[in-house]
Design a protein around this ligand. Structure first.
Ligand code: 4NP
Length: 159
């Protein structure tokens, strides 16, 4: 089993979308041994469903994130998850600041490095943008998730 956690600031725009897209691409690929979750570094929106703009945009692409619920990232997530993908450098700083050891630290990476390795590119925060910001986020995250599923499939074949 591989456990993957997506992390952003509020856990209402980018990381729930990343969770929904990755779940869908995993299903489509027929992978069964992957678990996906998401969390926010802030906890500002704890208990809330994703932002309606993110829900709406995802639905246009046939991804349903409407039932997900925001929660705050916690130190325990370093034990529960094998990989922790952050959306931007501020998420990276906030998450890695909580790491207790090198093993925890090694689990954290930028999501877009799955598609564009080593570039540490950000998934731009769409919270204060218009609808086009959410569409940009969808495409960036989708590309990364497709690449991630490709690497998970390869790892499976090697098992
Ligand atoms: P997210 O977007 O980190 O992609 O969920 C944001 C959500 C809420 C806020 C900022 C970014 N906020 O300031 O409340």
């Amino acid at each position: 089993m591989t456990r993957i956690l997506m992390v952003c600031l509020g856990n209402i725009c980018r990381s729930p979308l990343a969770e929904g897209i990755l779940r869908k691409r995993i299903d489509e690929a027929g992978l069964t041994n992957v678990e996906v979750d998401s969390a926010g570094t802030s906890g500002w929106h704890e208990g809330e469903h994703p932002d309606h703009r993110s829900v709406h945009n995802a639905r246009r692409h046939d991804v349903d994130i409407s039932t997900l619920v925001s929660r705050k990232f916690s130190v325990a997530d370093f034990e529960r998850f094998d990989r922790i993908y952050v959306m931007d450098s501020s998420n990276y700083r906030d998450v890695t600041a909580l790491a207790k050891n090198e093993i925890h630290l090694a689990k954290v990476d930028f999501l877009l490095n799955c598609k564009w390795p080593g570039k540490n590119m950000a998934v731009p925060d769409p919270y204060y943008s218009g609808a086009e910001g959410f569409e940009t986020v969808f495409h960036l995250v989708n590309e990364a998730c497709l690449a991630l599923v490709g690497s998970l499939q390869k790892e499976n074949a090697g098992d």
